[in-house]
Design a protein around this ligand. Structure first.
Ligand SMILES: [Zn+2]
Length: 81
């Protein structure tokens, strides 16, 4: 399904919508149908989103490993008491 960028002529809101041939997209803010179609940035934005997700996942993994190390260290300390 193609993703298109739209700008609402009524309220100026920009949004993305998947549009099938039979669908008429509506503004999510004011439900207006007077929309201006903008050049789609889908390929670029999806790539950026993927990169951001990978970055976040790496960060999360690092954080959870650090957390586990902390727990282990605490256990060690308790064990030795
Ligand atoms: Zn609107």
């Amino acid at each position: 399904m193609p993703l298109f960028d739209f700008r609402c002529r009524s309220c100026g809101r920009r949004f993305e919508a998947f549009v099938r041939a039979s669908d008429i997209p509506r503004c999510p803010s004011c439900k207006g149908v007077k929309l201006e179609q903008l050049p789609s940035m889908f390929s670029i934005s999806s790539l950026e989103i993927t990169k951001a997700r990978v970055r976040t996942a790496k960060k999360e993994r690092r954080r959870s490993r650090a957390y586990r190390d902390k727990i282990m260290a605490e256990r060690e300390t308790k064990h030795h008491d």
